[in-house]
Design a protein around this ligand. Structure first.
Ligand code: ATP
Length: 764
């Protein structure tokens, strides 16, 4: 019932009015939020206003404040920046400016304001709310407003959405725009890396982040940079020596390039800024590399928003309106944020106070506190980076003896599998363990086809899509797999893949009693575009797939602007899981998603047909249905195309596209690269501790008991989880190959609202 429509107010009563503005620096995904705010307000019989140019428009009023219709926010999801403009406004900082702003809202009956911006914009909004009673008093005295109006709008409610590429607001794990900025950075690193490796150059890359190292930190984890500077945790005074030692060590291991990533606010422990030029000079003078500097600047703010940012903007925007609609009366200002994959509401001023205490902590050299203030996700990401960059032999821990870890990939390829292989190998060899990679899944293990994976052989894999080891769907031949693992003296196995990897691993674990060679730690690393693996909220590869799908839909929708009046039926992968069709539909602005869980019936098609007839007779020129490949065995994509085309009453034509293997994407997205690294490092850490624990002193072999040491690595919130495979069984639907509980239901409800679907169907 989350997005259930409120009843229509009786005729003659004033409608509630919502206004939205974007302020401070622009960020990708702001448009998605504006679209959702306007549409959810209209859907609930409220007036929706857009305030153009941020607080400048609020202060100036007039044509800066525009009443919005449904179609005014069409076609903006795929655009970067903010179509309603943003600005910095000195006048709003002073009382007279804010008083003018208040009058502009009162004149239009608006007392619900949603501000999308950074901490400055949200601080201004909070002040505006606190001063509201004073504005009313002053305006009444000036006779600028009536007593009735002052009573009716005796308070203003504020909700903040954080639009910031820096991801610098404490209390939320992510801000609207940060993922797209990270994508631009990672794409730039991919481009730089190929030229750098060709010439054996070193690059110093400066990314945005005055007080926040999020972009630099995540870019370093995603790309495997050699050295990173973040403001929250400066290196020691000897950073030049330590950095050059690290770069030298990696070159000696065979790496053909070096990459240093620095946040623009990089400084040393005494607070003195470190410039890219100083870093270059240190590398030049010590290592005599050919070193270049790239400052990415505004490139990071550009381009189409990623799926993550579109969904974050959309859901936070919709939730902001819902929050104000369902909380009667005056409410404390809040921010719509996110904790892992859960949407949360946080008190606005508390989160701003925490945010503003980060630079204070940095200035007073409380670096551990600065990192902590950024939240538990940031803390663990900083630890992860340290772990990845501890190639220094003095950091190495061997434990009882080096172990031999085998990796195999199972199921269909997913972008990020290579990045997972790379991270697992780096983490293992840095602790002196060895890694072999079996080719082509369980078949390759059975046939004994493998290669040794070394630091150098995997060092360039972070940005490669597909799977270098090869992967296939076959279930394991238990006897042959056990024989092979024994022959190659494998101490632990990492299976990278989707549902097949999980069921295959389970089969191996259940055969342990008859096969001593299988009594080794077995870890599943979830990687599948369908995101249908139990025990994790996110599988490696699904974010890349979503972005590939949405890029295709953007392109297909664009074609409709020339061909006019067209319904597209787009078929996606995803097996029996509705995650891909629903999430991509929400991010691409599609009208409908057909999922295997809900199926398709004749009555669905009739309702949808009427929906399209109505929309196209009102002047729509494009509509999209995203159909999951297994939504129905009868109403296939060609059948739906034919039915809609036949019954369109010449209002539109219908075409279909089956996206097929395009969905695997070319290079992995930052989200997939980062989760693959986190999962892989967790696999290796767990394996090493389990192997040490289960090492039989007499035989010197690893012997785990029963179903011990068999885990699915996963993501829950921002935390990495390890769930025993046997525990997952009761949460798995083995027939449909999906987890019993899924996360995309809210997205599906919202899709109906934003596609104007329920708008019509409720009205009937
Ligand atoms: P970014 O993170 O991109 O810098 P921001 O929202 O922090 O975004 P600011 O320039 O700090 O950007 O603020 C944007 C606008 O918000 C200012 O131009 C001003 O109009 C308003 N504003 C900021 N701080 C205050 C304040 N303390 N009181 C009143 N208004 C403010």
């Amino acid at each position: 019932d989350m997005y259930k429509r409120l009843p229509e107010p009786p005729a003659g009563t004033a409608r509630r009015a919502f206004a939205v503005l974007t302020s401070g620096g622009d960020s990708q995904g702001m448009n998605a939020a504006v679209r959702a705010i306007v549409r959810v307000a209209l859907y609930n019989y409220c007036d929706a206003y857009a305030i153009y140019e941020g607080y400048v428009g609020l202060v100036n009023g007039g044509s800066f404040i525009k009443k919005m219709g449904w179609g005014d926010v069409s076609g903006i999801l795929s655009q970067g920046g903010t179509v309603i403009g943003t600005a910095r406004c000195a006048e709003f900082r002073d009382y007279p400016g804010r008083l003018k702003a208040a009058l502009n809202l009162l004149e239009r009956g608006i007392n619900n304001l949603i501000v999308i911006g950074g901490d400055g914009s949200l601080t201004g909004a909070d002040l505006f709310k606190r001063e509201w009673p004073q504005y009313l008093k002053d305006l009444l005295q000036q006779k600028a407003i009536s007593e009735e109006l002052a009573q009716r709008l005796s308070y203003i409610n504020i909700v903040g959405l954080v639009g910031s590429i820096d991801n610098d607001l404490c209390g939320t794990d992510n801000t609207i725009g940060a993922d797209t900025a990270l994508k631009r950075i990672v794409e730039s690193i991919d481009s730089i890396s190929s030229t750098a490796a060709s010439h054996q150059r070193s690059f110093v890359l400066e990314v945005m982040g005055r007080n926040c190292g999020y972009l630099a930190l995540m870019a370093a984890i995603a790309s495997g940079a050699d050295w990173t500077f973040i403001p929250e945790q400066p290196h020691g005074d000897d950073w030049r020596v330590a950095m050059c030692d690290e770069l030298k060590r990696n070159r000696e291991r065979g790496r053909r390039m070096s990459l240093v990533i620095m946040a623009e606010g990089a400084r040393d422990r005494s607070g003195t800024p470190i410039t890219a030029e100083q870093v270059k000079q240190a590398i030049d003078s010590t290592l005599h590399h050919d070193t270049r500097i790239t400052v990415l600047g505004h490139v990071q703010r550009g381009g189409a928003p990623t799926v993550y940012d579109r969904v974050l903007g959309t859901v936070c925007g919709a939730r902001a309106v819902q929050y104000l609609l369902h909380n009667a009366g005056q409410v404390r200002p809040v921010v719509m944020g996110v904790s892992g994959s859960k949407y949360i509401t946080i008190p606005l001023m508390e989160s701003i106070a925490l945010t503003q205490s980060v630079p204070v902590a940095i200035k007073s050299k409380e670096f551990a506190r600065a990192v902590e203030l950024r939240g538990p996700g940031f803390v663990s990401d900083v630890c992860l980076l340290h772990q990845l960059n501890s190639a220094d032999p003095t950091h190495r821990h061997v434990g009882t003896r080096p172990f031999k870890i085998a990796i195999a990939c199972v199921g269909a390829p997913a972008s990020g599998m290579n990045s997972a292989i790379r991270a697992a190998v780096l983490a293992a060899v840095d602790s002196l363990h060895t890694v072999i990679g079996y080719h082509d899944g369980f078949d390759g293990i059975a046939k004994g086809e493998f290669e040794e994976l070394t630091w150098l052989s995997v060092s360039q894999l972070a940005d490669k899509g597909g799977c270098v080891l090869g992967t296939n769907r076959s279930a394991p031949n238990i006897g042959q797999v056990a024989t092979s693992l024994q022959k190659h003296a494998v101490d632990a196995l990492i299976l990278i893949g989707g549902f097949e990897a999980y069921t295959g691993a389970l089969a191996l674990v259940r055969a342990r009693s008859a096969n001593p060679a299988l009594r080794i730690p077995i870890l599943c690393l979830p990687a599948t575009i369908s995101n249908n693996v139990p025990g994790t909220e996110m599988s490696v590869g699904s974010d890349t797939a979503l972005n590939a799908i949405v890029t295709c839909i953007d392109t297909i929708k664009q074609s409709a602007t020339s061909s006019r009046a067209r319904v597209f039926v787009i078929e996606t992968h995803g097996g029996n899981c509705g995650y891909l069709p629903v999430t991509s539909a929400l991010a691409a602005g599609a009208e409908r998603a057909y999922t295997p869980e809900e199926g398709i019936s004749l009555s669905t098609l009739v309702t949808d047909l009427q929906h399209f007839q109505r929309r196209f007779s009102e002047g729509a020129n494009c509509a999209v249905i995203v159909r999951g490949e297994k939504a129905s065995s009868t109403y296939t994509t060609p059948v739906i195309e034919a039915i809609l085309g036949e019954e369109s009453r010449q209002l539109f034509t219908c075409r279909s596209n089956v996206l097929g293997h395009l969905q695997q994407g070319f290079t992995p997205s930052p989200i997939d690269r980062i989760s693959s690294v986190k999962f892989a490092v967790q696999c290796v850490t767990t394996i090493v501790s389990e192997c040490n624990r289960a090492l039989d002193a007499t035989t010197n072999t690893v012997q785990v008991a029963g179903s011990e040491a068999a885990f699915m690595v996963g993501l829950k919130g921002v935390g990495i989880t390890l769930t025993p495979l046997e525990e997952l069984v009761e949460h798995s639907d083995f027939k449909l190959r999906v987890p019993k509980a899924q996360l995309w239901t809210e997205a599906n409800l919202l899709l109906h609202v934003l596609g104007k679907y329920d708008y019509y169907n409720d009205a009937k």
